[in-house]
Design a protein around this ligand. Structure first.
Ligand code: NAD
Length: 487
């Protein structure tokens, strides 16, 4: 697909202005796509279509919505190879990862919310005084909602928002990242073939301050679900606050992995390496700070560096590749600047830190970076405090568990943490004191779609997952029926 167009009212179209954004392949540097550059005029058209469509979709029985969404899940699975290939091209991630993680999860998101709405139960309350009454809680779709997603797990996160929005009976105006729009465009074709009525799902492509801002400002939009950076999220929340519409914000992280003195290193070393470098470290949940009990520091560090050195950086199409290209050369510059800052502040690069040599000719000009381990960086360095969102970790020693918790909590973020220990009572005590929306014990990124997901502090507001997402996309009214005395 060379040109990526909006999908509005059941059909593809270019931006009203005719403008396009050029995107290059992050792995090869070659021109890749020309993407519709949407603005408020395109969003207004999408809003009109979505408002019209909501008159029927909002009243469509849950069983019927569920059937259509299950057909979309099946459609994603039927086009797995094509979608994985497009995701790999757009992001630079290994094709094998797109095939095993991104695209299957997109289908799972649709299947999960399609079936969740078949099992929703309501709440009711019997009132006795001052008069007898039955209260029950009525949940209704909001109407038209906005969904804005980032580039790191494109279809995975895009569907994680639109599936609950559609399942709850809303119509959607969505914007994927301008860097990775293609699988969202294909999803629209899948939805159309699955029988999703025109106008229920509209996708407007373009830049954040143009198309994204227009979605947040659009008077028809009744709620915004956003995943992206903390700076953007704060701006968006302020605007939603002015408009008095709810915003769900899934933002950045600076996640700690805590390795206790009794940790099983045969498990912890490979899993923490995966948690640091999967998807080139470009997952909000990636571990970027490893805190190790000093009794195991030497052993852990040696084994971790060996595991890091063993990772293959290279052509995303090769099945041997562990790390593909970063999303862009500009992003690589930012990640390398964070490493340089860590070194300036007193840290030492124990491995990686540079652009890999001897890349195959096809990808010699791509945005690759070696997985990088830094030792001795002080806690107050921006390299330790700020999200890097790349294949970079810092390793730190601790003596007491309370120091590990204090260090883990010592940034403005609070998305996730992991604890590696054989003592589950200790793990529980630590989890209760960690500022993190998710704490994994002896595992990482084991995701059950029913559990609440989100961050504390600067990592976000609100929870996605399971019932939380369906609630976010619903209005709640209480109905109170005077029943009188029983005869
Ligand atoms: P970003 O904030 O730059 O962009 C995210 C999306 O918002 C994009 O679609 C972008 O076009 C849009 N956008 C930008 N400015 C906007 C504006 N003014 N109004 C409306 N929309 C606007 O983030 P990114 O660089 O695409 O993604 C990386 C960030 O996402 C990282 O910080 C990462 O931690 C975070 N992230 C968080 C989670 C989570 O679940 N907490 C998951 C994945 C990524």
């Amino acid at each position: 697909m060379r040109e990526v167009d909006h999908f509005i009212d059941g059909g593809y179209c270019a931006a009203a202005s005719g403008a396009r954004i050029a995107r290059e392949d992050p792995a090869t540097g070659a021109p890749l796509r020309a993407i519709a550059r949407g603005d408020a005029a395109d969003v207004a058209r999408a809003a009109a279509a979505a408002s019209r469509a909501h008159e029927t979709w909002g009243r469509t029985p849950a069983a019927e919505r569920s059937r259509t969404m299950l057909a979309i899940a099946a459609g994603i699975e039927a086009r797995l190879d094509e979608l994985a290939r497009l995701e790999c091209e757009d992001t630079g991630k290994p094709l094998a990862l797109a095939r095993s993680l991104d695209i299957p999860r997109a289908a799972a998101n649709f299947r999960f919310f399609a079936t969740a709405i078949l099992h929703e139960a309501g709440e009711s309350f019997m009132t006795e005084r001052p008069a007898r009454a039955l209260n029950y809680v009525l949940r209704r779709p909001l109407g038209v909602v906005g969904c804005i997603s980032p580039w790191n797990l494109p279809l995975y996160l895009f569907t994680w928002k639109i599936a609950p929005a559609l399942a709850a009976g809303n119509c959607v105006i969505a914007k994927p990242s301008e860097l990775t729009p293609t699988t969202a465009a294909v999803l629209c074709d899948i939805a159309r073939h699955a029988g999703l009525p025109a106008g229920v799902l509209n996708v407007v492509h373009g830049l954040g301050p143009e198309a994204g801002q227009a979605i947040v400002d659009c008077p028809a939009v009744r709620a915004v679900s956003f995943t992206g950076g903390t700076v953007t999220g704060r701006r968006l929340a302020a605007r939603c606050g002015e408009r008095l519409i709810p915003a769900s914000l899934e933002l950045g992280g600076k996640n700690a992995a805590i390795v206790c003195e009794d940790a099983d290193l045969a498990l912890a070393v490979p899993e923490i390496a995966r948690s640091a470098f999967l998807n080139q470290g470009e997952i909000c949940l990636c571990s970027s700070r490893i805190l190790v009990h000093r009794a195991r520091m030497k052993e852990f560090t040696e084994r971790f560096i060996d595991a890091t050195r063993a990772m293959n950086v290279g052509d995303p199409l090769s099945p041997e590749t562990d790390l593909g290209a970063l999303i862009s050369k500009a992003h690589r510059e930012k990640v390398m600047a964070a490493v340089a800052r860590g070194v300036r502040d007193g840290g030492v690069v124990a491995c990686g830190g540079g652009i890999p040599r001897n890349l195959p000719a096809r990808v010699a000009d791509g945005a690759f970076l070696q997985p990088t381990v830094l030792l001795g960086v002080p806690q107050d360095s921006p390299c330790v405090q700020e999200e890097t969102f790349g294949p970079v970790v810092t390793v730190h020693g601790f003596d007491r568990h309370r120091d590990a918790v204090a260090m883990a909590n010592g940034t403005r973020y609070g998305l996730a943490a992991s604890v590696w220990t054989r003592d589950l009572a200790r793990a529980h005590r630590m989890a209760a004191r960690l500022d993190a929306g998710t704490v994994w014990v002896n595992c990482w990124m084991l995701r059950d779609l029913r559990v609440p997901f989100g961050g504390v502090k600067d990592s976000g507001i609100g929870r996605e997952g399971g019932h939380e997402a369906l609630r976010f996309f619903s209005d709640v009214s209480n109905v109170c029926i005077a029943t009188g005395e029983a005869p």
